[in-house]
Design a protein around this ligand. Structure first.
Ligand SMILES: Nc1ncnc2c1ncn2[C@@H]1O[C@H](COP(=O)(O)OP(=O)(O)OP(=O)(O)O)[C@@H](O)[C@H]1O
Length: 932
């Protein structure tokens, strides 16, 4: 930019546009890098080959690039031992985060240490943790699309359209963005930074709970000014949120619909109307998400850690860009304050400090006007009396409203040139920022400035059953919860900004200004008006001017001589100790113009330092090649000498080896001659021995043959005699055999005749055997009959036996009875006799002459006789019965005998029959034999 022929706004714009058209999105203005968002991927600009190219290349030597800025910062830190910072600025969606990622990638590449196996380096962790911060920290805004929202069935979630907190942008998908891929990248990044799977689950539960909270709507309750979940759907979301946060659903409902006010005397429960309940719901969702995000940042920072050994740092600052919307609230106020602060830092560095230094160093210099924003910063953060101070005051005063706060602002800043009151509004105010006017709506300023968690929300979440949720909301000590009633977000933000700027001031800054070429977020569209506004806001035009008119680079005399003395070494040879004179001399010799010599430093125009550096590099390069040449020749000579020595040694060894080989050949030749001689002798002797042996063998063979002929003749003669005798024997034998055959034939005929006779007789016998068979069958039948009769007899006899036994038993019992009767009668008789005797004794003296009752005696005798007759008849009967019994015994014995006879007959018949059968079989066999 500084080399443009016409350095005015149209020229700068045209330059940016024509470069943008050919995808040259980066441009330098002095040391500032302007990056125009291409809204499309340009991978060739960022591959590892590009990184390798920028490594160590002089600034300005290659095309403008964030890698070049990172490389310059890195080298300055290493060489000059000064901490560096790279400030990436620009409005929302201009590409700050993308540029920051590139810077981090390059720095990780430069400082890259080899990772120990299984672990990651800090650089890798920093890069890999990015997706977590982006996933949870980015949101889709009207100016930037880069948000992601997770959706998982497990957490009872549906399409983003169904969630109040997601559906207000009406944008659910982004072209070219694979949600699931991003989700897995986030999960992986969480693993990398050491968030375990339980914690991950809890994190997604909390996010889902926030979404469900957002869907709870409220309707008027039964009580006056009370509220209750509107319908079943709201109740479902309330229950699901409670379930995901693992807290009591009723307690959640109460914490949203009621407030407990503690006064000195009593505790009052106050209902919230539906609108206030919705505000309470949003506050709860916000505080939960905010605590979750803080937890993530802390966890990532702890996991990455910082090298305690490091003395210098390179800070890369990616901070939200200037914002101006239709409605601007406290968030925009804080964001714009940050941008004002950074702008001031930029001004200070680029203009103020620069020009102050020129004055201090007393160099010729025409002052460049720039817009100093100190008065805006005073308006916002001055203590007391600044907007933040007034806001804190208003927050602490219980009766304040946003209107009273606005009135206070109007009064205080009535005459401030950066502050105006919009005509038709009663509570808005406008600040004239360096980047343009922004009108803020004060409605929520007071609420948003109060940094506190609603006590009911705190109590609800501290009592959660999920340890992760309770860790986000640790129980506060009783006193602290009461005492710290109010803490101001604005003041905290201000002091954090101050700390940041202090850190920045201790570093050497580099600037990357990101520019958004269009508001449609589409590639290849360059809206000049928009871009110009951003260039103006970023102070780029002034920077260009100061770069052209000023002296952006400087060095103290000794540093300068140290660094560039080698460009004219003769100036150092002189005995002059005056550094200024040496510097002037040096500058004259190198032929530089337009520089300035200050009191302690040499000031150079834009590009001059680069020019000197290039020359220095050239000299260094030349020197390096001379040194290299010398070293190479020394090394080559050394290697040649050692090579020669080695060659001679090798030759000596080779020659020795060759001679040894020749001598060995000669020795072998002599030996082989000796061996040949001996061999020939051995062969000749063997041949002679063979010949001798053959002659003897032939002689032996001939003699043997003659002897064998004699022997053969004798054998033949003997064989002829044997044949003759055998022949004769054969003839005699033949004659004998014929005679024998005739005799046998005669005998056979005779025997045949006899046999036929015998056969005839046998046939007769066979016929008899048939009769015998019939007789046998008859006998068998008889045997069967007899067997049957015998069985019948046996049965009859058994019956008889039985009846006889019965009769015997009867007779025995009758006899028994009779014997009993007889005994009784006898006993009675005895008794009567005894009685008669006793009666006779009792009779008086007169009785001494016994008077016999004859009648009685006779009667008794008669009865006695009868009884005797009865006894004898009975005894007779018994005898008869016994006789009968014996007779029947005899009969049965006879029958038994008959049966035994019959049995023996049967056995006899059976043996006869068997014999007949054998006979028959023998006959049949003989018949067969004869037939055959
Ligand atoms: N160098 C680039 N190459 C390709 N695309 C880019 C580049 N820079 C930015 N973008 C595109 O622009 C979008 C917005 O960029 P980025 O998120 O970096 O903006 P930002 O300035 O950080 O915004 P905010 O202030 O809202 O965080 C990116 O999502 C990407 O699509």
């Amino acid at each position: 930019m500084t080399k443009l022929a016409y350095l005015h706004e149209p020229g700068v714009l045209d330059n940016l546009r024509s470069r943008y058209d050919i995808n040259e999105i980066y441009t330098y203005t002095g040391n500032i890098l302007i990056a125009v968002n291409p809204f499309c991927r340009l991978p060739h600009l960022y591959d590892s080959h590009m990184m390798a190219q920028y490594k160590g290349a002089a600034f300005g030597e290659l095309s403008p690039h964030p890698f070049a800025v990172a490389d310059a910062a890195y080298r300055l830190m290493i060489n000059d031992k000064v901490s560096q910072s790279i400030l990436v600025s620009g409005e929302s969606g201009a590409g700050k985060t993308e540029s920051t990622k590139l810077l981090m990638r390059y720095l990780a590449y430069m400082g890259g240490r080899a990772a120990v196996e299984g672990s990651r380096t800090v650089e890798q962790q920093v890069l890999e943790s990015n997706p977590v911060l982006e996933a949870f920290g980015n949101a889709k805004t009207v100016r930037n699309n880069n948000s992601r929202n997770l959706e998982i069935a497990k957490y009872k979630l549906g399409h983003p359209r169904t969630f109040h907190y997601l559906n207000q942008s009406n944008c659910y998908e982004l072209d070219g963005l694979d949600e699931s891929k991003e989700y897995f990248a986030t999960r992986k990044a969480m693993d990398v930074v050491g968030i375990n799977s339980d914690q991950q689950d809890a994190i997604f539960r909390v996010v889902a709970a926030v979404l469900h909270l957002g869907n709870i709507e409220f309707a008027k309750g039964k009580e006056m000014d009370s509220s209750t979940p509107k319908d079943e759907k709201s109740r479902f979301h309330l229950n699901t949120a409670a379930e995901l946060l693992m807290c009591d659903a009723k307690a959640l409902e109460d914490s949203l619909c009621k407030r407990i006010i503690v006064t000195r005397d009593e505790t009052i429960t106050k209902w919230l109307d539906p609108d206030s309940a919705a505000v309470s719901r949003d506050a709860l969702a916000k505080v939960v998400y905010s605590r979750l995000f803080d937890w993530l940042v802390d966890t990532i920072n702890t996991s990455i850690g910082q090298d305690p050994e490091s003395k210098y740092l390179i800070g890369v600052l990616d901070i939200y860009g200037f914002e101006s919307f239709k409605t601007n609230s406290f968030e925009q106020f804080c964001i714009n304050l940050t941008n004002e602060k950074l702008q001031q830092h930029f001004n200070q560095h680029v203009f103020k400090m620069e020009q102050e230094e020129y004055t201090k160093e007393e160099i010729n210099w025409s002052y460049i006007e720039f817009v100093d924003n100190q008065d805006i910063l005073d308006l916002i953060e001055k203590k007391p009396g600044g907007i933040i101070a007034l806001l804190d005051e208003a927050c602490m005063f219980p009766r304040s409203t946003h209107e009273t706060f606005a009135q206070k602002l109007y009064q205080t800043f009535k005459n401030h040139k950066r502050f105006t009151k919009p005509k038709l509004s009663r509570s808005d105010f406008t600040i004239c920022h360096y980047a343009g006017d922004v009108t803020y709506q004060t409605e929520l300023f007071l609420d948003k400035n109060k940094d506190y968690v609603v006590a009911e929300h705190q109590a609800l979440l501290s009592a959660s059953k999920c340890s992760f949720v309770t860790s986000l909301f640790p129980l506060l000590a009783e006193d602290s919860s009461k005492s710290s009633k109010f803490s101001s977000i604005g003041s905290r933000f201000k002091s954090q900004l101050q700390q940041l700027l202090e850190t920045l001031s201790s570093t050497e800054p580099h600037y990357i200004r990101c520019v958004k070429p269009n508001n449609l977020l589409k590639p290849s569209i360059f809206e000049s008006k928009n871009v110009l506004q951003q260039l103006r806001c970023g102070g780029v035009m002034e920077a260009i001017r100061i770069s052209c008119a000023g002296y952006p680079t400087r060095k103290t005399f000794d540093e300068f001589v140290d660094r560039f003395g080698l460009l004219a070494p003769e100036v150092l040879d002189g005995s002059s100790t005056d550094e200024v004179a040496v510097c002037k001399n040096l500058l004259e010799r190198v032929g530089l113009e337009g520089y300035q010599i200050g009191k302690t430093k040499v000031f150079l125009r834009a590009g001059q330092m680069a020019d000197l550096d290039a020359r220095r590099s050239e000299v260094l390069g030349k020197s390096a090649s001379i040194i290299q040449r010398k070293i190479r020749s020394y090394l080559s000579r050394r290697s040649f000498i050692s090579l020669r020595r080695s060659a001679i040694q090798i030759q000596a060894i080779c020659r020795g080896q060759l001679t040894r080989q020749i001598y060995e050949g000669l020795r072998r030749e002599a030996s082989s001659l000796k061996i040949q001689r001996n061999w020939h002798m051995h062969v000749a002797r063997t041949a002679y021995k063979k010949l001798c042996f053959s002659a003897v063998s032939i002689q032996t063979g001939m003699r043997g043959m003659a002897a064998r002929n004699v022997l053969r003749f004798r054998r033949q003669t003997k064989a002829a005699i044997i044949i003759q005798s055998q022949c004769r024997k054969f003839l005699a034998r033949n004659h004998f055999m014929n005679l024998k055959k005739a005799a046998i034939t005669t005998q056979c005929a005779w025997r045949g005749k006899v046999a036929r006779k015998e056969l005839k007789a046998l046939k007769m016998a066979a016929r008899e055997t048939g009769a015998l068979q019939a007789a046998k069958n008859k006998l068998e039948k008889q045997v069967e009959d007899l067997t049957l009769r015998l069985q019948l007899e046996k049965r009859i006899r058994a019956d008889l036996e039985h009846s006889k036994t019965q009769e015997n038993e009867k007779l025995h019992s009758a006899l028994q009875e009779m014997q009993n009767q007889f005994k009784e009668t006898k006993a009675m008789l005895e008794k009567e006799r005894e009685a008669a005797k006793r009666e006779a004794v009792k009779v008086p003296v007169i009785q001494e002459v016994p008077v016999i009752d004859h009648a009685m005696l006779e009667k008794l005798n008669g009865e006695n006789e009868k009884l005797k007759a009865l006894v004898s008849s009975l005894e007779k009967k018994i005898d008869e019965t016994e006789k009968k019994y014996e007779e029947s015994n005899k009969i049965s014995e006879e029958r038994l005998k008959q049966a035994l006879d019959a049995e023996s007959k049967i056995i006899h018949l059976k043996t006869v029959m068997q014999r007949c059968t054998y006979h028959y079989i023998y006959y049949n066999a003989y018949k067969c034999k004869l037939n055959s």
